[in-house]
Design a protein around this ligand. Structure first.
Ligand code: HEM
Length: 126
């Protein structure tokens, strides 16, 4: 049986800690503070549920909300290279803070990077 990224990262408790460490940074980010809601509790839970399923664990997000349609859902927010890089900085620091198996951490980071890049929706230089 092949191990999922979900298992390699350490399952739900580790993903919850990564998401919390990530939103603690989003909360303090000058790039993001006005883009995200003041109260991040629901956003934390939704992102946790999404990442559990996305890494190969139980489909918690899909069961509640259906297909995430990430690109469409991010359209209201202007996302360019700066925002992509800032999102990845927050995530990279969160993963480092929590501490995961290095191979699993790299695979997680690479997949997130591809998705973050795909979510860019504004012309450069604006
Ligand atoms: C590229 C930079 C990104 C920016 C600036 C960004 C920004 C946002 C914002 C502002 C929200 C709305 C929060 C709320 O109203 O609760 C959101 C929601 C969300 N984002 Fe992102 N995001 C980025 C990348 C990503 C990536 C790479 C993923 C997944 C791999 C992701 C997954 C989600 C999910 C699951 C939600 C919740 C959707 C829902 O409301 O059901 N985002 N994001």
């Amino acid at each position: 049986m092949e191990t999922t990224l979900f298992e390699a990262l350490g399952g739900e408790p580790v993903i919850r800690r990564i998401v919390d460490a990530f939103y603690d940074r989003i909360d303090k980010s000058t790039v993001f503070r006005s883009m995200f809601p003041a109260d991040l509790a629901e956003t934390r839970t939704k992102t946790f549920e999404f990442l559990v399923g996305w890494t190969g664990g139980p489909q918690l997000y899909m069961e509640k909300y259906g297909h995430p349609r990430l690109r469409m859902r991010h359209m209201p927010f202007p996302i360019g290279t700066v925002e992509r890089n800032e999102w990845m900085r927050c995530m990279s620091e969160a993963v480092t803070e929590v501490g995961v198996d290095p191979k699993a951490g790299r695979a997680f980071f690479d997949s997130l990077w591809k998705t973050a890049d795909f979510l860019r929706n504004k012309p450069e230089g604006t």
